[in-house]
Design a protein around this ligand. Sequence first.
Ligand code: Q46
Ligand code: ZN
Length: 303
Amino acid sequence: MKCRRCRGAAIIDVRRHNAAFCKECFQHFCEEQVRRAIEHFSMLHQSDRVLVAVSGGKDSLAVWDIMRRVGYEADGLYLGLGIGDYSDESGRYAREFAEARSLKLIEISLPNDYGFDIPTGSQAARRAPCSACGLSKRHLFNQAALDHGYDVVVTGHNLDDEAAVLLGNVIRWEAGYLARQFPVLPATDGFVRKIKPLVRLSEREMAAYCVMNRIEYIVDECPMASGNRHIGYKEILNQLEEQSPGTKGSFVAGFFDKAHARFEQVAVDEREGLRPCTQCGAPTTNDVCAFCKLQIRASGVIT
Ligand code: Q46
Ligand code: ZN
């Protein structure tokens, strides 16, 4: 197996590109894919203040690393979810990454700062853990970016994540979710811009990137992930990719480039119905936003 770029000995193949790379050229490939995503979707301006949502997993640490290598200063934000040992360990990886590189890491703790954790909060609110977790992350990443004056929040969603979410959204024809599934969501009233620079890179490539760059990350799955539909969608998509390399890429890129615009109006209409949450001021369609409702239920005031 020869490296496509330098013809040296390759150590990793990337079948959907019909290519293989040596260590140095794989590094170049990953950076190039991120540069292309940023440029194609006009994700960033050079003057932007950038905040990376860091979980301690491979994708968020890799995106933070690559962003800096391609020339963007970025700080990190770690949100402690209170999921037992898993959260303790993931926080440790995030802190160690930041310390070793003298990077700024802002930390928020759901239990210490908001009085509940994901296991008890989701139970009290009778929500699936990942649903309570997802809405907490969206709310708190946005809030932290606004509070600390950042222009944009970066997340480490990769090609496999996007393909699985897209499949789920298409199976149920979730027009609102499809309207909001895009590598860049512009800033609107009460929301900062959100970007996903890893949309052109796979989960396997990000694991390889971390290993090659000696980035230590939490390997264990979150213990609350079982029952998450996206795991099943990923397995199905992996089978399709195995039979026909490039399937995930064309599914996702085709949606972004050819179909997403058809759903955009749904998001515009939804934004028109937004008003400030009476508790925290975040934009919501109800009197109280979903995060404040979760916090109220988790604290036992409403059951
Ligand atoms: S952390 Fe949260 Fe994930 Fe755990 S509870 Fe689900 S959403 S699986 S990325
Ligand atoms: Zn609120």
